[in-house]
Design a protein around this ligand. Structure first.
Ligand SMILES: *Cc1c(COP(=O)(O)O)cnc(C)c1O
Length: 354
């Protein structure tokens, strides 16, 4: 009886389980198996805690400058907030709220339909092809486009030329490109388009490739008009979105490009080994551009449960089109050996009792 009509009607997002006890091989939320850069540890250890009595810099100026420098864009092209989920929610409010024909793939990040509902957006869910690829001619005409590139949970990516075509097809509406996984991809980032395509807003996170899911930092890169739109929404919601320690930690992380390269290279190598092991058992694995793989298993629900019973957390959705697939995050080589061994056990049991 206390709830507003909106709160009653909403279907909240369901995130992967975060078990609070030890002993799990946790491969369900695409966290990075490696610790954050040692530069982050150092920066947080030497931070002046007495400054916490003050409000933080609402503009995250130092972080913004560090991001601008890494991507060779202007500071007026950067916006920072408390997670990329927050950046995306602000973008939905700033650019899509109350509009119709905002197009997104039918299989993508589960938060998009939630924000669509939350902010009264008329969403169109364009079906992916049977092989889960995006048909770019579906993205026209629209009042806005939301695409995760690489896409989740499919792990597939569009090349830069296709993103540019979508942007050109929709030059008078905002094209949100959620690049949560781009550092693991073999395709180029859309950041290079923001000068030419004023309607492209690239959204990124420190949660996956920078090993900072616990710090909650996200950012957007786009033309100054789009950044201004995000600012307006921020200042109508929470004018200090990033706490002081988050700003310090993220600034250290983005500047350590060598560490990013080293850890992503390692994860990509482990992804290759895991894919080969699954393929050797006869599973079909989608060609991944992310720090997770999405593979077909006829009995996916049972495999998910078998993994769970063996203290391995993966992700499974009993939803149309993807109910015969499992998504598994790429952990360390050791994590993935445990995972592969468990899948092998499951498949040999299946063969004995079909
Ligand atoms: C993980 C993820 C996010 C959320 O990142 P946060 O910055 O941790 O909120 C956004 N989009 C996609 C596609 C993701 O997989």
């Amino acid at each position: 009886m206390f709830l507003s009509d909106k709160a009653k009607r909403l279907t909240p997002y369901v995130a992967g389980i975060q078990p609070q006890e030890e002993g799990w091989v946790k491969l369900n939320t695409n966290e990075n198996p490696y610790p954050p850069s040692p530069k982050v540890t150092e920066a947080l250890h030497t931070a002046d805690i007495t400054n916490l009595r003050l409000y933080p810099d609402g503009e995250s100026s130092s972080l913004k400058a560090a991001i601008a420098s890494v991507f060779a864009v202007g500071e007026e092209n950067v916006f920072c907030a408390n997670s990329s989920d927050e950046v995306l929610a602000l973008a939905f409010q700033a650019f899509f709220s109350g509009k119709s024909r905002i197009i997104t793939p039918d299989i993508s990040y589960g938060f998009y339909p939630v924000w669509g509902e939350m902010y009264d957006v008329g969403m169109i869910f364009a079906p992916l092809r049977d092989d889960f690829s995006i048909n770019i001619s579906d993205y026209n005409p629209s009042n806005g486009v939301v695409i995760a590139n690489p896409n989740a949970p499919t792990s597939l990516a569009l090349g830069l030329a296709d993103i540019e075509k979508i942007a050109m097809q929709n030059s008078s509406s905002v094209v949100l490109v959620d690049e949560a996984y781009i550092d693991f991809a073999q395709v180029e980032s859309a950041v290079s388009l923001i000068g030419k395509c004023k309607n492209v807003l690239v959204v990124r996170t420190f949660s996956k490739s920078h090993s900072l899911a616990g710090l909650r930092v996200g950012y957007a890169i786009g033309s100054p008009k789009l950044i201004e739109g995000l600012r307006r929404m921020r200042d109508a919601f929470n004018s200090y979105p990033l706490d002081m320690l988050a700003q310090i930690g993220a600034t250290a992380a983005i500047s350590d490009t060598d560490y990013l390269k080293e850890t992503t290279t390692r994860i990509i190598a482990t992804r290759g080994k895991t894919t080969a092991a699954l393929e050797a058992m006869g599973y079909k694995v989608l060609p991944s551009h992310a720090n997770f793989i999405f593979f077909h298993a006829a009995n996916a629900g049972a495999l998910y449960q078998f993994l769970l019973d063996n203290k391995i957390l993966a992700r499974y959705w009993s939803k149309p089109r993807i109910s015969e697939f499992i998504r598994v995050s790429i952990g360390t080589d050791e994590d993935m050996e445990v995972f592969v061994k468990c899948v092998r056990q499951f498949s040999s049991g299946e063969q004995k009792n079909p």
